[in-house]
Design a protein around this ligand. Structure first.
Ligand code: DGJ
Length: 371
C-alpha cells in the first residue's frame, strides 16, 4: 500500500513538473525540455517558422568524448522561447560507414538552419571535421530537408570558394605562400601577421578553411555563410547560391589576424552587427563586436560587448547566435554556450538581452530575466 502511495505521489510530481511552464530565462542553469531533460543543443541557432521557434544544436554526450559527434544535430521547438519540446535528432551521424563524411566520431559543430523559399527546402550548414583528423579539415557540411525538424539528408562537405579570390583580395595574396608547416596555430595571437604568411593564397586552389560558423539571410533573401578562416586568423563572409546549398564564389575577408571565433551576425536599423569571441579553444575569453553599413564592409571593430564582472570571459560563455526578440524589431537575445569540455553534455546556455549604446551592442549579466 505504502509503495503504491509513493508511486502515485511520484507520478503526480512528474506531472506537475511537466505541466510547469517557465516564464523566464535562467542563464547558466540546467534548462529542462518538455521531458525534464537538460536541453542538448550546443553551438546552436534558431529558425522561426510561423509562430514556432526551432532550436538546432550539437547533441553532446557524457565525458570528453562527448565533444565529438556521437549522435548528430538535436532539434527542439517552442512558441515562447522559454519552454522547449524535444523534436528529436534532425541530422544523425552515420554509425559505421567510414566512407561517410558524417561518420560517428567526426567533429560536427555549430549547426544552423535557414529556409529556402525558392525550393521550399530547409538547409542546414555546419562545421565538419573528418573523424580522427583533429581540426585540420576545416570543411563546411550541408544537409537538406522538406520538414523543418528533419530528418535532414546530408548533401556534401567541402571547403569554400576553391579557385576564387575574395572581392577585397590584395596583390600580396597572389604571391607565394610563406606558411611553414611547423608554425602551428592553437589560438591566441600569431607570431606574425597572417597576411605576410599568405594563408589565403595557400588555400586559393583547394578552397579556404571554414571552422566556427553562422548563417545570415538578408531582407532581400540573399544568404551568407560567416566563418573563421585562414587558420582561424581571419573572418570570411561568403554569399551562398540561390538554393543556399553552395558557395556563389563571391566572398570577402575581414579582421585579418584578429583570431575571431563564434561569429553571430544580425541586422538592426539597416546596420549589420557581429558578436564574436577570441580564439582560446573551449576556454572563454573577452567578446568582440563590430558594425558595418554593408555586409561587404568596411567592418569597424567595436568594444567587448560584455559589461561588468566577468565581462573579460564573456560571463563564461561563447557566442553562438543572436536572435531578434519576438515582436520587437530593435531588441535581440544573445545566445552563448558555457562549454564544459570535460563533460560535454553538461554545457549550459547563456541567453541575455542585447541593448545598444549608440552603435555599441551591450550585454549585461542577469541571473533571471524575461523579454
Ligand atoms: C572553440 C569553438 O568555438 C568551438 O566551436 C570548438 O570548435 C572549440 N573551439 C574546440 O576547441
Amino acid at each position: 500500500m505504502k509503495r503504491i502511495l509513493l508511486g502515485v505521489i511520484g507520478l503526480l510530481c512528474l506531472c506537475v513538473a511537466c505541466l510547469r511552464k517557465d516564464l523566464s530565462f535562467k542563464p547558466g542553469e540546467v534548462w529542462p525540455d518538455d521531458k525534464g531533460v537538460h536541453i542538448n543543443a550546443h553551438g546552436g541557432g534558431i529558425l522561426r517558422v510561423g509562430d514556432t521557434y526551432y532550436w538546432f544544436g550539437e547533441h553532446k554526450t557524457e565525458g570528453s568524448a562527448g565533444n565529438l559527434a556521437q549522435v548528430g544535430v538535436h532539434c527542439y521547438s517552442s512558441k515562447d522561447l522559454y519552454n522547449w519540446k524535444d523534436e528529436g535528432i534532425a541530422l544523425s551521424v552515420v554509425p559505421d560507414d567510414t566512407t561517410s563524411h558524417i561518420v560517428k566520431g567526426c567533429v560536427l559543430e555549430r549547426p544552423k538552419v535557414i529556409y529556402n523559399k525558392k525550393n521550399d527546402q530547409y538547409v542546414m550548414w555546419f562545421h565538419l571535421e573528418p573523424r580522427g583528423a583533429g581540426y585540420s579539415g576545416a570543411l563546411s557540411g550541408v544537409a537538406v530537408s522538406k520538414n523543418v525538424a528533419g530528418p535532414y539528408s546530408f548533401v556534401n562537405a567541402f571547403r569554400p570558394n576553391a579557385g576564387f579570390w575574395p572581392v577585397n583580395v590584395q596583390e600580396l595574396h597572389k604571391q607565394p605562400c610563406t606558411f611553414s608547416a611547423d608554425l602551428r596555430f592553437s589560438g591566441g595571437e600569431l607570431p606574425a601577421h597572417p597576411d605576410s604568411l599568405n594563408l589565403l593564397g595557400r588555400d586559393q586552389i583547394s578552397g579556404q578553411m571554414a571552422r566556427d560558423m553562422n548563417l545570415f539571410v538578408d531582407d532581400d533573401g540573399i544568404a551568407y555563410h560567416i566563418y573563421s578562416s585562414e587558420e582561424n586568423s581571419t573572418l570570411h563572409i561568403s554569399q551562398l547560391t540561390d538554393d543556399y546549398t553552395s558557395y556563389s564564389g563571391k566572398y570577402a575577408r575581414f579582421f585579418p589576424g584578429r583570431f575571431m571565433e563564434a561569429p553571430a551576425l544580425f541586422k538592426q536599423k539597416g546596420k549589420y552587427y557581429l558578436i564574436m569571441s577570441g580564439c582560446t579553444g573551449w576556454a572563454p575569453n573577452a567578446g568582440r563586436s563590430a558594425v558595418a553599413s554593408s555586409i561587404w564592409g568596411p567592418w569597424k571593430e567595436l568594444e567587448n560587448p560584455f559589461r561588468g564582472e566577468n565581462s573579460e570571459v564573456s560571463f563564461y560563455s561563447q557566442s553562438t547566435y543572436v536572435l531578434p526578440v519576438p515582436g520587437h524589431a530593435d531588441r535581440f537575445i544573445y545566445m552563448g554556450d558555457r562549454w564544459t569540455p570535460e563533460n560535454a553534455i553538461d554545457g549550459r546556455y547563456i541567453w541575455l538581452p542585447i541593448r545598444f549604446e549608440g552603435e555599441q551592442p551591450v550585454i549585461e549579466w542577469r541571473s533571471e530575466w524575461s523579454y
